[in-house]
Design a protein around this ligand. Sequence first.
Ligand code: PRX
Length: 652
Amino acid sequence: MNEKGQGLDVLLTETRRFAPPEHFKEGAVVSDRGLYESASADRLAFWESWAEKLDWFERWHTVLEWDPPHAKWFVGGKLNVSHNCLDRHLNGPRRNKLALIWEGEPGDVREYTYEGLHREVCQFANALKGLGVGKGDRVAIYLPMIPEAAIAMLACTRIGAPHSVVFGGFSPESLADRINDVGAKALITADGGYRRGGIIPLKENADKALESCTTIENVVVVARGADLTAKVDAHMREGRDHWYHELIADASADCAPEVMDAEDLLYILYTSGTTGKPKGVVHTTGGYLTQVAATMQCVFDLREDDIYWCTADVGWVTGHSYIVYGPLANGATVLMYEGGPDWPEKDRFWDLCEKYGVTIFYTAPTAIRAFMKWGEEWPDKHDLSKLRLLGSVGEPINPEAWMWYHRVVGKERCPIVDTWWQTETGAIMITPLPAVTETRPGSATHPFPGISVTLLDDAGAEVEAGFLAITEPWPSMLRTIYGDDERYRETYWSKWDGIYFPGDGAKRDDDGYLWLLGRVDDVLSVAGHRIGTMEVESALVDHPAVVEAAVVGKSHDVKGEVIAAFVTLKGGKDGDDDLVVELKKHVVEKIGAIARPETVIFAADLPKTRSGKIMRRLLKDVAEGKALGDMTTLADPAVVEQLKAQYEAKEG
Ligand code: PRX
C-alpha cells in the first residue's frame, strides 16, 4: 500500500504527542470541540451556518440536493465571489487594511489595500468586458506569481467568467491542451516572470501555444519584465494582444458584481489522473467559497492582525483556495512572493518571514525537506518570533520533516497543521484544529467538522488500513470533470456506491488518528506536484525513436519522488547518452520541467504479463533497487532481471 517511503511500521511506532500550547488557546478562533459536536449533530445546519457568514444577494432555499454523484449546495442562492472577497470589507476599518503585500524575486515590492485591490479588480473586470468577455466565457490565466494573477482571477469572478489558471511552469503544449479543452475566449499572460534569477518567457510560450488554439480572441499581457531593467520582447500582435497597463489606464473603476447562482461555474483547474489527458476539475461558487472561507478561519486560526503566507503558486489549487479566495473572503493580509526559495540565498523565505512579520506560514513537505538539507543556519539567521502557526500540504509529511519544522522554524512554539485535501476537494478535508487537536508528527489527524471520512477495502468493507473514502458530499467538492461527466463518475464514484474515492491510501491508529500514505493509483508526486505516469509515457512515446515507455516513481529524499522512465526504442535498439538528454528535453517540451525524468533506461523489452500489461510494480522494484517482487505472472522473467542489471550498472 505505502510506496512513498513512509513505512507503516514507522508510523505505528510514532509516539510523540504535541498538545496545543496554552498561549495559543487564548482567543483562538476555535477553542473547544463544540464545532465537531455541532457538525455531527446536524451536518447541513453546520455548513449552512458557515454559508450565512458570506454575503448573499439572495438566500438559498435548500442547503443540499444530492443526486449521487451530483451535488448542488445552497440551491437558489445568489452571490458573487469578488464581492465577498473585496466589496464587503470596504465598509469598515478593513478598507485601508493591506489585502496583499507582494515581493518580486528581484526585490521589488507592491502593496494593495482592500480599497486599492477592489479598484484594480473593477478596472480589469471592465477591461475584460471591453474585450467582449462576459458571463460564462472561459478565461485562461498563465501568469507568474504577481499581484495581477489574483487580480485577474477576481476580475473574472466579478463578471462571472470562469477562469482556468495554468501554472507558469507548464509548456506551450500543455497550455494549448488546457485552452482547447476549456474553449477559452481570452488569455491573460505576462511578458515573463522571474525564477532563480532567470526569466520565464511566458508570452513566448503563450504565442507558441496559440498556434494550435482557435478559441482565443484576445490576449492581455502584463508587463512584468518591463517593470524592471530586463526588457523582454513580448512580440505584441496588433489586434489580438493588449498591454494590461494600457487597458487599466482607460478603464472605469465602477463595475457592479455579476449576480451568480450558487452553482454557477467559478473555475476549472486541470489536474493529472491515471490517463494521459489531464482532467478539468470543475468548481462552482457558493459551496466552494463557504468551505474555503470556513477552513481558512478555523484551520489557520485566522485573526485580524495576522500576516499570512502560503508559498504555493496560484497555478495550483492551494493557490486558488488559500492564497486568493480563502484569505480574501476573510479580510486577511496575504503575503505573495514571486520567486524561488533559494534566491539569491537559501534564506529568502526566512528573510521574507522576518521582513513582513509573517505570523502564519503554509508550505509543502518537499520545501521543508529542502530546508532541512540546506541546514539550520539559514532560518537561524532570522528573527522568526512573529510566527505562531505552521501548515503543511501536498503530500505526506514524514515525521522527521515535521519535527524539524516544529523545532527549527516553529521554535517548539507553533502548532503545525498537516492538511490533507486535493484539487478535487477544493478545500481542506482532514486537519488538526490548532487550539484543539493534539498533533502527532506525520498524521493529518481528523476530518474537519462536517466532513465524513472512512477507510474501506475494495469491497467497501470498513478497515483500519485501506483506501481513504469520503462518505458524504461536502460543499467545496468538484461538481464534474469539464466536458466529461462520464470520466467524473468513473474516476471518483465507481469504486463504491455513492462514496467518493480520492485515490489515497490511509491508516487509522488505535486512537482514531488518520495517517495518509500517498496515492494508490498511477499518479506520482514529484516535489508535491501531481503527475500522471501515463502523461509522461505519452510524451515519451511521442518521440519518433520510441515505441514504448513505462514510467514509475522512485523515492527521493527532497522531492518525495522522482521519475524513472524505461524506454523501448524502435527496432529494439540501444540508445546513447545524447538520446537520454533528448528524451528528457522532449518530455519538458511536451509537459513542462516538473515532469522531467530523472533517469532514462533503454529496455529491449518491458516486463509484461501474458496478457500484455506492463508490470510497473516490478519496474518500481528495479528503480528502488529492491528485491524483485512476485514474478509469477510475467510472460518472460528474464526481461526484468536484465533490466535490473542494466539499472544497477547505470546508477553505479
Ligand atoms: O495524495 C494526496 C496528496 O496530494 C494529492 C492531491 O494533490 P493535488 O490535487 O495536487 O492537491 C495538492 C494540494 C491540496 C492527494 O490525493 N496530499 C495532499 N495533502 C496531503 C497529501 N498527502 C498526505 N498528507 C497531506 N497533508
